[in-house]
Ligand binder design. Structure first.
Ligand code: NAP
Length: 248
């Protein structure tokens, strides 16, 4: 199925590895050009090379998404080098898990700064461009934990729950300019973020997932591509769990 992504320019944050890398390469496979963002340009070079090998134009950009001024500067650099973007995927995210009794103020601030303020920063930097494109897309990578909560992840869950509310608000704000804004909420996906779960703990977690396995980054990327492409044209303000049934 042609997703109608040929000729579109997508920007993906957190594109150096894991889910973000899979999203960048999936969009490239579908014909989009991709601006790949991670904390440094060097870290994202492998993804850029992978996108180019799939035939798409791709460039790497380094930027801490929690830094408002740095995001504004990165947006100007992207515009100058690649032109106006059509698709913004806010995927960069971090965890600093701890029970509330042990959670430090900096654990709270760091997670909220990247996962929630990071999305504000990029949306703010690109909103005007996206509103002018006609049929632009914003896709925020949230988490099932933002829907259900999770012991030991109060900071992370709050950032992702906030991201869902942010998604709905922007969907309402930008709908008049035909910009759709949606969230994808992954469950347990095999990436660096979940590599700490091994052995029996991991097996028990997999058994608790109705589909019986952790997801692959590509499971998430394919759904993001659908929302970014023509099948997503009439979907806005929604949160789509990609979690093997975990949040049921
Ligand atoms: P990951 O493998 O740990 O990769 C995180 C990505 O975010 C990296 O590209 C990293 O770039 C980037 N990043 C981190 N802090 C950044 C910052 N301040 N500025 C710019 N980029 C930054 O994570 P993942 O598992 O692929 O997760 C991707 C997204 O999915 C996150 O939002 C995460 O919360 C969400 N998610 C993941 C799971 C899961 O099970 N894996 C489940 C639900 C939701 P560098 O390489 O430069 O550090």
């Amino acid at each position: 199925m042609d997703l109608g992504l040929t000729g579109k320019l997508a920007l993906v944050t957190g594109a150096s590895r894991g889910i973000g890398r899979a999203i960048a390469t999936e969009l490239a496979r579908e014909g989009a050009s991709v601006a790949c963002v991670a904390t440094s340009k060097e870290r994202v070079q492998d993804t850029v090379d992978a996108c180019r090998a799939l035939g798409g134009a791709a460039e790497g950009f380094g930027c801490d998404v929690s830094d408002h001024a740095a995001v504004t500067a990165m947006a100007a650099e992207v515009q100058e080098l690649m032109g106006p973007i059509d698709i913004l995927v806010n995927n960069a995210g971090v965890t600093r898990d701890q029970l509330i009794l042990r959670m430090k103020e900096e654990d709270w601030d760091a997670v909220l700064a990247v996962n929630l303020k990071g999305a504000f920063n990029t949306c703010k930097a690109f909103a005007r461009t996206l509103m002018k494109r006609g049929g632009a897309r914003i896709i925020n990578i949230a988490s099932v934990v933002g829907l259900t909560g999770n012991a030991g992840q109060a900071n992370y869950a709050a950032s992702k729950g906030g991201l869902l509310a942010f998604t709905k608000s922007l969907a309402k704000e930008l709908s008049g300019r035909q910009v759709t804004v949606n969230a994808v909420a992954p469950g347990f996906i095999e990436t660096d973020m979940t590599e700490g779960f091994q052995g029996e703990a991991r097996d028990a977690m997999a058994r608790a997932i109705p589909l019986g396995r952790f997801g692959a980054p590509e499971d998430v990327a394919r759904v993001v591509a659908l929302l970014a492409g023509t099948p997503g044209a009439y979907v806005t303000g929604q949160c789509l769990p990609v979690d093997g049934g975990m949040a049921l």
